[in-house]
Design a protein around this ligand. Sequence first.
Ligand SMILES: Cc1ncc(COP(=O)(O)O)c(C=O)c1O
Length: 433
Amino acid sequence: MSTPPGSGTRLDPWFGAYAARTHGMRVSETRALFAVANRPEVVSLAGGMPNIAGLPLELISKVTADLIALHGDVALQYGSGQGHPVLRDHIVTVMGEEGISAHPDDVVVTTGSQQALDLVTRIFIDPGDVIVAEAPSYVGALSVFRAYQGEVVHVEMDADGLVPEALREALDRCKQAGRPVKFLYTVPTFHNPAGVSLSVARRQEVLEICRSRNVLVVEDNPYGLLGFDGEVLPALRSFDAEGVVYLGTFSKTLAPGYRVGWVAAPHAVREKLVLASESAILCPSHASQMSVSAYLENWDWRGQIVDYRKMYRTRRDAMVTSLAEAMPECSWNVPGGGFYTWVKLPAGIDARTMLPRATTALVAYVSGTAFYADGQGADHMRLSFCYPTPERIREGVRRLAGVISKELELVHMFGPEGSSVDDDVEAPSPDLL
Ligand SMILES: Cc1ncc(COP(=O)(O)O)c(C=O)c1O
Protein backbone atom coordinates (compact mmCIF):
# COMPACT_ATOMS: atom_id res chain seq x y z
CA MET A 1 0.00 0.00 0.00
CA SER A 2 1.55 3.38 -0.93
CA THR A 3 -0.46 5.97 0.94
CA PRO A 4 1.37 9.33 0.96
CA PRO A 5 2.68 10.28 4.43
CA GLY A 6 0.53 13.41 4.67
CA SER A 7 -2.76 11.67 4.00
CA GLY A 8 -4.07 11.12 7.49
CA THR A 9 -7.66 10.78 8.57
CA ARG A 10 -9.57 12.55 11.31
CA LEU A 11 -9.35 9.43 13.46
CA ASP A 12 -5.68 8.78 12.77
CA PRO A 13 -3.60 11.68 11.46
CA TRP A 14 -0.66 9.31 10.93
CA PHE A 15 -2.58 6.88 8.72
CA GLY A 16 -0.49 7.72 5.67
CA ALA A 17 2.78 7.33 7.54
CA TYR A 18 2.54 3.65 8.48
CA ALA A 19 4.70 1.01 6.82
CA ALA A 20 2.87 -1.15 4.28
CA ARG A 21 3.01 -4.14 6.65
CA THR A 22 1.20 -2.19 9.36
CA HIS A 23 -1.83 -1.82 7.13
CA GLY A 24 -2.08 -5.61 7.11
CA MET A 25 -2.58 -5.66 10.90
CA ARG A 26 -6.22 -5.74 11.87
CA VAL A 27 -8.16 -6.01 15.06
CA SER A 28 -10.12 -9.20 14.68
CA GLU A 29 -13.87 -9.05 15.04
CA THR A 30 -13.63 -11.84 17.58
CA ARG A 31 -11.46 -9.72 19.87
CA ALA A 32 -14.45 -7.53 20.70
CA LEU A 33 -16.44 -10.64 21.55
CA PHE A 34 -13.73 -11.86 23.86
CA ALA A 35 -14.18 -8.80 26.02
CA VAL A 36 -17.58 -10.37 26.73
CA ALA A 37 -16.17 -13.89 26.87
CA ASN A 38 -13.94 -12.97 29.78
CA ARG A 39 -16.90 -12.14 32.00
CA PRO A 40 -17.23 -14.67 34.83
CA GLU A 41 -20.71 -15.84 33.81
CA VAL A 42 -19.35 -16.93 30.41
CA VAL A 43 -17.73 -20.37 30.17
CA SER A 44 -14.70 -19.76 28.00
CA LEU A 45 -13.56 -22.75 26.01
CA ALA A 46 -11.57 -20.28 23.94
CA GLY A 47 -8.25 -19.39 25.55
CA GLY A 48 -5.08 -21.43 25.88
CA MET A 49 -4.28 -20.26 29.39
CA PRO A 50 -2.59 -22.97 31.46
CA ASN A 51 -4.16 -23.80 34.79
CA ILE A 52 -1.38 -22.71 37.11
CA ALA A 53 -3.40 -23.29 40.28
CA GLY A 54 -1.23 -26.29 41.20
CA LEU A 55 2.01 -24.31 41.35
CA PRO A 56 3.86 -24.19 44.69
CA LEU A 57 3.30 -20.47 45.18
CA GLU A 58 4.83 -20.39 48.64
CA LEU A 59 8.04 -21.92 47.41
CA ILE A 60 8.08 -19.64 44.38
CA SER A 61 7.61 -16.58 46.54
CA LYS A 62 10.39 -17.69 48.88
CA VAL A 63 12.92 -18.42 46.13
CA THR A 64 12.01 -15.17 44.41
CA ALA A 65 12.46 -13.21 47.64
CA ASP A 66 15.83 -14.93 48.21
CA LEU A 67 16.81 -14.22 44.64
CA ILE A 68 16.25 -10.51 45.03
CA ALA A 69 17.73 -10.36 48.54
CA LEU A 70 20.87 -12.33 47.70
CA HIS A 71 21.38 -11.68 43.98
CA GLY A 72 19.27 -8.60 43.29
CA ASP A 73 22.27 -6.73 41.89
CA VAL A 74 22.45 -9.32 39.07
CA ALA A 75 18.76 -10.23 38.72
CA LEU A 76 17.68 -6.62 38.28
CA GLN A 77 20.48 -5.75 35.90
CA TYR A 78 20.69 -6.11 32.08
CA GLY A 79 22.01 -9.50 31.03
CA SER A 80 23.36 -11.37 28.05
CA GLY A 81 21.44 -11.07 24.76
CA GLN A 82 21.65 -14.83 24.35
CA GLY A 83 20.24 -15.48 27.79
CA HIS A 84 21.52 -16.35 31.25
CA PRO A 85 24.05 -19.21 31.07
CA VAL A 86 22.61 -21.01 34.12
CA LEU A 87 19.15 -21.09 32.58
CA ARG A 88 20.55 -22.22 29.22
CA ASP A 89 22.09 -25.18 31.06
CA HIS A 90 18.71 -26.05 32.57
CA ILE A 91 17.04 -25.70 29.17
CA VAL A 92 19.42 -28.31 27.77
CA THR A 93 18.28 -30.67 30.54
CA VAL A 94 14.60 -29.94 29.84
CA MET A 95 15.08 -30.61 26.12
CA GLY A 96 16.82 -33.86 27.03
CA GLU A 97 13.39 -35.15 28.14
CA GLU A 98 12.44 -35.20 24.45
CA GLY A 99 15.60 -36.89 23.29
CA ILE A 100 17.37 -33.68 22.29
CA SER A 101 21.06 -33.53 22.81
CA ALA A 102 22.20 -29.91 22.69
CA HIS A 103 24.80 -27.59 24.15
CA PRO A 104 23.93 -24.44 26.14
CA ASP A 105 25.64 -22.45 23.35
CA ASP A 106 22.94 -23.65 20.93
CA VAL A 107 20.24 -21.97 23.01
CA VAL A 108 18.91 -18.42 22.78
CA VAL A 109 16.50 -17.40 25.54
CA THR A 110 13.52 -15.39 24.32
CA THR A 111 10.54 -13.54 25.74
CA GLY A 112 8.21 -16.51 25.38
CA SER A 113 8.30 -18.68 22.28
CA GLN A 114 6.16 -16.00 20.64
CA GLN A 115 9.26 -13.80 20.45
CA ALA A 116 11.21 -16.77 19.11
CA LEU A 117 8.65 -17.01 16.29
CA ASP A 118 9.09 -13.34 15.62
CA LEU A 119 12.90 -13.57 15.52
CA VAL A 120 12.96 -16.63 13.27
CA THR A 121 10.54 -14.95 10.88
CA ARG A 122 12.47 -11.70 10.97
CA ILE A 123 15.76 -13.32 9.97
CA PHE A 124 14.32 -15.56 7.24
CA ILE A 125 11.30 -13.90 5.66
CA ASP A 126 11.24 -11.13 3.10
CA PRO A 127 7.86 -9.88 1.86
CA GLY A 128 6.29 -12.49 -0.41
CA ASP A 129 8.45 -15.39 0.83
CA VAL A 130 6.68 -18.69 1.28
CA ILE A 131 6.26 -20.51 4.60
CA VAL A 132 4.69 -23.95 4.55
CA ALA A 133 2.55 -24.69 7.60
CA GLU A 134 0.01 -27.23 8.74
CA ALA A 135 -3.66 -26.71 7.96
CA PRO A 136 -4.75 -25.48 10.49
CA SER A 137 -1.86 -23.62 12.22
CA TYR A 138 -1.26 -21.78 15.49
CA VAL A 139 -2.92 -18.36 15.26
CA GLY A 140 0.01 -16.52 16.85
CA ALA A 141 2.43 -17.87 14.24
CA LEU A 142 0.14 -16.87 11.38
CA SER A 143 -0.04 -13.40 12.80
CA VAL A 144 3.78 -13.10 12.91
CA PHE A 145 4.06 -14.43 9.36
CA ARG A 146 1.56 -11.87 8.22
CA ALA A 147 3.36 -9.06 10.03
CA TYR A 148 6.50 -9.84 8.01
CA GLN A 149 4.43 -10.21 4.82
CA GLY A 150 5.26 -13.88 4.40
CA GLU A 151 2.84 -16.06 2.47
CA VAL A 152 1.56 -19.22 4.06
CA VAL A 153 0.91 -22.36 2.04
CA HIS A 154 -1.10 -24.77 4.16
CA VAL A 155 -0.52 -28.53 4.08
CA GLU A 156 -3.12 -31.09 5.06
CA MET A 157 -2.98 -33.07 8.31
CA ASP A 158 -4.73 -36.27 9.35
CA ALA A 159 -4.92 -38.19 12.62
CA ASP A 160 -1.15 -38.81 12.40
CA GLY A 161 -0.27 -35.16 11.81
CA LEU A 162 1.19 -33.59 8.70
CA VAL A 163 0.64 -35.79 5.63
CA PRO A 164 4.10 -36.43 4.09
CA GLU A 165 2.78 -36.85 0.56
CA ALA A 166 0.92 -33.53 0.76
CA LEU A 167 4.08 -31.85 2.11
CA ARG A 168 6.16 -33.26 -0.75
CA GLU A 169 3.64 -32.01 -3.30
CA ALA A 170 3.38 -28.55 -1.73
CA LEU A 171 7.16 -28.06 -1.64
CA ASP A 172 7.54 -29.25 -5.23
CA ARG A 173 4.64 -27.11 -6.44
CA CYS A 174 6.16 -24.00 -4.84
CA LYS A 175 9.54 -24.79 -6.36
CA GLN A 176 8.07 -25.31 -9.83
CA ALA A 177 6.27 -21.97 -9.49
CA GLY A 178 9.66 -20.36 -8.81
CA ARG A 179 8.74 -19.71 -5.18
CA PRO A 180 11.12 -21.67 -3.00
CA VAL A 181 9.95 -22.31 0.53
CA LYS A 182 11.91 -20.62 3.32
CA PHE A 183 10.82 -22.96 6.08
CA LEU A 184 8.26 -25.48 7.25
CA TYR A 185 6.52 -24.27 10.41
CA THR A 186 5.18 -27.20 12.39
CA VAL A 187 3.77 -28.04 15.82
CA PRO A 188 4.37 -31.79 15.63
CA THR A 189 3.29 -32.70 19.16
CA PHE A 190 -0.20 -32.09 20.61
CA HIS A 191 -0.95 -29.59 17.92
CA ASN A 192 -2.59 -26.24 18.55
CA PRO A 193 -5.41 -26.22 17.44
CA ALA A 194 -5.81 -29.71 15.91
CA GLY A 195 -4.80 -31.74 18.98
CA VAL A 196 -3.03 -34.42 16.90
CA SER A 197 0.63 -35.49 16.94
CA LEU A 198 2.94 -36.40 14.10
CA SER A 199 3.51 -40.15 14.34
CA VAL A 200 7.05 -41.28 15.09
CA ALA A 201 7.28 -42.99 11.70
CA ARG A 202 6.36 -39.78 9.94
CA ARG A 203 8.85 -37.67 11.88
CA GLN A 204 11.82 -39.11 10.00
CA GLU A 205 9.94 -38.91 6.73
CA VAL A 206 9.01 -35.24 7.13
CA LEU A 207 12.62 -34.42 8.00
CA GLU A 208 13.88 -36.34 4.99
CA ILE A 209 11.46 -34.54 2.66
CA CYS A 210 12.67 -31.18 3.93
CA ARG A 211 16.32 -32.15 4.01
CA SER A 212 16.29 -33.38 0.42
CA ARG A 213 14.74 -30.08 -0.70
CA ASN A 214 16.90 -27.85 1.46
CA VAL A 215 13.99 -26.59 3.51
CA LEU A 216 14.56 -25.60 7.12
CA VAL A 217 12.14 -26.99 9.73
CA VAL A 218 10.87 -24.72 12.50
CA GLU A 219 9.56 -27.00 15.25
CA ASP A 220 7.34 -25.20 17.76
CA ASN A 221 6.87 -27.42 20.80
CA PRO A 222 5.12 -25.90 23.81
CA TYR A 223 3.09 -29.01 24.72
CA GLY A 224 5.55 -31.88 24.14
CA LEU A 225 5.85 -32.79 27.84
CA LEU A 226 2.08 -32.67 28.40
CA GLY A 227 1.13 -36.10 27.02
CA PHE A 228 -1.68 -37.65 29.06
CA ASP A 229 -0.33 -41.19 29.16
CA GLY A 230 3.16 -40.00 30.06
CA GLU A 231 4.66 -40.94 26.72
CA VAL A 232 7.14 -38.33 25.46
CA LEU A 233 7.51 -38.28 21.70
CA PRO A 234 10.99 -37.59 20.34
CA ALA A 235 11.29 -34.01 19.12
CA LEU A 236 12.14 -33.48 15.44
CA ARG A 237 15.25 -31.69 16.70
CA SER A 238 16.38 -34.95 18.34
CA PHE A 239 16.84 -36.47 14.87
CA ASP A 240 18.38 -33.50 13.10
CA ALA A 241 20.35 -30.76 14.84
CA GLU A 242 21.33 -28.96 11.64
CA GLY A 243 18.02 -28.86 9.80
CA VAL A 244 15.70 -27.95 12.67
CA VAL A 245 15.20 -24.74 14.60
CA TYR A 246 13.47 -25.77 17.83
CA LEU A 247 11.21 -23.46 19.86
CA GLY A 248 10.44 -24.23 23.49
CA THR A 249 8.76 -22.41 26.35
CA PHE A 250 8.11 -22.55 30.10
CA SER A 251 4.65 -21.05 29.54
CA LYS A 252 2.69 -24.30 29.63
CA THR A 253 4.78 -26.38 32.04
CA LEU A 254 5.55 -23.61 34.54
CA ALA A 255 3.89 -20.23 34.04
CA PRO A 256 3.37 -17.88 31.09
CA GLY A 257 3.79 -14.84 33.33
CA TYR A 258 7.57 -15.25 33.34
CA ARG A 259 7.55 -14.92 29.54
CA VAL A 260 10.53 -17.25 29.20
CA GLY A 261 10.93 -19.32 26.06
CA TRP A 262 13.87 -20.31 23.92
CA VAL A 263 15.22 -21.33 20.53
CA ALA A 264 17.76 -24.07 19.91
CA ALA A 265 19.30 -23.51 16.51
CA PRO A 266 22.27 -24.48 14.36
CA HIS A 267 25.29 -22.30 15.08
CA ALA A 268 25.01 -19.76 12.21
CA VAL A 269 21.26 -19.32 12.71
CA ARG A 270 21.77 -18.88 16.43
CA GLU A 271 24.24 -16.02 15.83
CA LYS A 272 21.66 -14.19 13.70
CA LEU A 273 18.94 -14.81 16.26
CA VAL A 274 21.03 -13.27 19.02
CA LEU A 275 21.67 -10.16 16.91
CA ALA A 276 17.99 -9.89 16.02
CA SER A 277 16.96 -10.33 19.65
CA GLU A 278 19.46 -7.76 20.88
CA SER A 279 18.13 -5.22 18.40
CA ALA A 280 14.57 -5.94 19.52
CA ILE A 281 14.88 -6.20 23.31
CA LEU A 282 18.61 -5.94 24.24
CA CYS A 283 18.24 -8.98 26.48
CA PRO A 284 15.47 -11.15 27.93
CA SER A 285 14.41 -10.35 31.50
CA HIS A 286 17.18 -11.40 33.85
CA ALA A 287 14.83 -11.52 36.83
CA SER A 288 12.46 -13.89 35.01
CA GLN A 289 15.25 -16.15 33.82
CA MET A 290 16.80 -16.39 37.27
CA SER A 291 13.39 -17.04 38.84
CA VAL A 292 12.76 -19.89 36.41
CA SER A 293 16.21 -21.32 37.21
CA ALA A 294 15.49 -21.06 40.93
CA TYR A 295 12.19 -22.91 40.45
CA LEU A 296 13.88 -25.69 38.47
CA GLU A 297 16.62 -26.03 41.12
CA ASN A 298 14.31 -26.01 44.14
CA TRP A 299 11.27 -27.96 43.04
CA ASP A 300 10.53 -31.36 41.59
CA TRP A 301 9.54 -29.86 38.24
CA ARG A 302 9.25 -33.29 36.62
CA GLY A 303 6.76 -34.30 39.33
CA GLN A 304 4.89 -31.04 38.74
CA ILE A 305 4.58 -31.91 35.06
CA VAL A 306 3.25 -35.38 35.98
CA ASP A 307 0.58 -33.64 38.11
CA TYR A 308 -0.28 -31.33 35.22
CA ARG A 309 -0.68 -34.29 32.89
CA LYS A 310 -3.19 -35.87 35.29
CA MET A 311 -5.10 -32.62 35.74
CA TYR A 312 -5.31 -31.89 32.01
CA ARG A 313 -6.24 -35.48 31.29
CA THR A 314 -9.23 -35.20 33.64
CA ARG A 315 -10.27 -32.04 31.79
CA ARG A 316 -9.76 -33.66 28.39
CA ASP A 317 -11.97 -36.54 29.56
CA ALA A 318 -14.65 -34.12 30.74
CA MET A 319 -14.53 -32.45 27.33
CA VAL A 320 -14.77 -35.56 25.18
CA THR A 321 -17.39 -37.31 27.30
CA SER A 322 -19.63 -34.26 27.33
CA LEU A 323 -19.14 -33.78 23.59
CA ALA A 324 -20.21 -37.39 23.05
CA GLU A 325 -23.30 -36.85 25.21
CA ALA A 326 -24.34 -33.43 23.95
CA MET A 327 -23.09 -33.03 20.38
CA PRO A 328 -23.56 -36.28 18.47
CA GLU A 329 -23.94 -34.31 15.24
CA CYS A 330 -20.34 -33.00 15.53
CA SER A 331 -17.07 -34.92 15.23
CA TRP A 332 -13.75 -34.38 17.01
CA ASN A 333 -10.47 -36.04 17.80
CA VAL A 334 -9.46 -37.26 21.25
CA PRO A 335 -6.19 -35.43 21.94
CA GLY A 336 -3.42 -37.45 23.60
CA GLY A 337 -1.98 -34.33 25.21
CA GLY A 338 -1.94 -30.55 25.11
CA PHE A 339 -4.88 -28.21 25.58
CA TYR A 340 -7.24 -28.44 22.60
CA THR A 341 -10.04 -30.33 20.90
CA TRP A 342 -10.71 -29.56 17.25
CA VAL A 343 -14.40 -29.97 16.55
CA LYS A 344 -16.02 -30.33 13.13
CA LEU A 345 -19.43 -28.73 12.95
CA PRO A 346 -22.42 -30.18 11.11
CA ALA A 347 -22.73 -29.14 7.46
CA GLY A 348 -24.14 -25.66 6.98
CA ILE A 349 -22.98 -24.18 10.30
CA ASP A 350 -20.39 -21.40 10.19
CA ALA A 351 -18.26 -21.20 13.34
CA ARG A 352 -17.51 -17.53 12.87
CA THR A 353 -21.05 -16.31 12.40
CA MET A 354 -22.27 -18.55 15.24
CA LEU A 355 -19.85 -17.03 17.76
CA PRO A 356 -21.97 -14.00 18.75
CA ARG A 357 -24.90 -16.37 19.36
CA ALA A 358 -22.67 -18.57 21.52
CA THR A 359 -21.42 -15.65 23.62
CA THR A 360 -25.03 -14.56 24.11
CA ALA A 361 -25.62 -18.09 25.42
CA LEU A 362 -22.63 -17.50 27.76
CA VAL A 363 -20.10 -19.82 26.15
CA ALA A 364 -17.06 -18.96 24.01
CA TYR A 365 -14.79 -20.85 21.61
CA VAL A 366 -12.38 -19.91 18.84
CA SER A 367 -13.64 -20.17 15.28
CA GLY A 368 -11.57 -22.41 13.04
CA THR A 369 -11.06 -19.46 10.69
CA ALA A 370 -8.49 -18.01 13.12
CA PHE A 371 -6.14 -20.88 12.28
CA TYR A 372 -5.87 -20.50 8.53
CA ALA A 373 -4.15 -17.81 6.51
CA ASP A 374 -6.51 -18.28 3.59
CA GLY A 375 -10.02 -18.03 4.98
CA GLN A 376 -10.72 -21.76 5.48
CA GLY A 377 -11.85 -23.20 8.80
CA ALA A 378 -15.46 -21.97 9.20
CA ASP A 379 -16.56 -25.59 9.57
CA HIS A 380 -14.45 -26.09 12.71
CA MET A 381 -14.11 -24.64 16.18
CA ARG A 382 -11.37 -25.05 18.74
CA LEU A 383 -12.45 -25.94 22.24
CA SER A 384 -9.79 -25.70 24.91
CA PHE A 385 -10.05 -27.70 28.11
CA CYS A 386 -6.98 -26.34 29.91
CA TYR A 387 -8.43 -23.60 32.07
CA PRO A 388 -12.06 -24.30 33.07
CA THR A 389 -12.78 -26.94 35.70
CA PRO A 390 -14.40 -30.21 34.53
CA GLU A 391 -17.79 -28.94 35.80
CA ARG A 392 -17.42 -25.72 33.80
CA ILE A 393 -16.32 -27.67 30.74
CA ARG A 394 -19.46 -29.82 30.97
CA GLU A 395 -21.62 -26.74 31.40
CA GLY A 396 -19.90 -24.98 28.50
CA VAL A 397 -20.43 -27.93 26.17
CA ARG A 398 -24.08 -28.16 27.25
CA ARG A 399 -24.59 -24.48 26.40
CA LEU A 400 -22.79 -24.84 23.10
CA ALA A 401 -24.88 -27.86 22.18
CA GLY A 402 -28.00 -25.71 22.68
CA VAL A 403 -26.58 -23.04 20.35
CA ILE A 404 -25.68 -25.62 17.71
CA SER A 405 -29.11 -27.24 17.75
CA LYS A 406 -30.75 -23.83 17.26
CA GLU A 407 -28.33 -23.13 14.39
CA LEU A 408 -29.24 -26.47 12.86
CA GLU A 409 -32.94 -25.61 13.00
CA LEU A 410 -32.17 -22.42 11.05
CA VAL A 411 -30.04 -24.31 8.53
CA HIS A 412 -32.87 -26.81 7.99
CA MET A 413 -35.38 -24.00 7.59
CA PHE A 414 -33.42 -21.52 5.45
CA GLY A 415 -30.31 -23.34 4.23
CA PRO A 416 -26.72 -22.54 5.19
CA GLU A 417 -25.85 -18.99 6.14
CA GLY A 418 -23.52 -17.03 3.82
CA SER A 419 -20.05 -17.18 5.32
CA SER A 420 -18.46 -13.94 6.43
CA VAL A 421 -15.04 -15.52 6.13
CA ASP A 422 -12.20 -13.54 4.68
CA ASP A 423 -8.49 -14.05 4.94
CA ASP A 424 -7.93 -11.88 8.00
CA VAL A 425 -5.38 -13.28 10.36
CA GLU A 426 -6.34 -12.79 13.97
CA ALA A 427 -3.96 -10.89 16.20
CA PRO A 428 -2.53 -13.28 18.79
CA SER A 429 -4.30 -11.95 21.85
CA PRO A 430 -4.02 -14.17 24.94
CA ASP A 431 -7.71 -15.00 24.49
CA LEU A 432 -6.95 -16.88 21.32
CA LEU A 433 -3.64 -18.59 22.02
C1 LIG B 1 1.90 -23.50 19.34
C2 LIG B 1 2.26 -22.33 20.19
N1 LIG B 1 3.40 -21.70 19.95
C3 LIG B 1 3.77 -20.63 20.70
C4 LIG B 1 2.97 -20.17 21.72
C5 LIG B 1 3.42 -18.95 22.50
O1 LIG B 1 3.75 -19.27 23.79
P1 LIG B 1 4.63 -18.35 24.74
O2 LIG B 1 4.99 -17.10 23.99
O3 LIG B 1 3.79 -18.08 25.93
O4 LIG B 1 5.86 -19.15 25.06
C6 LIG B 1 1.75 -20.80 22.00
C7 LIG B 1 0.87 -20.30 23.06
O5 LIG B 1 -0.23 -20.72 23.22
C8 LIG B 1 1.40 -21.92 21.21
O6 LIG B 1 0.27 -22.60 21.44
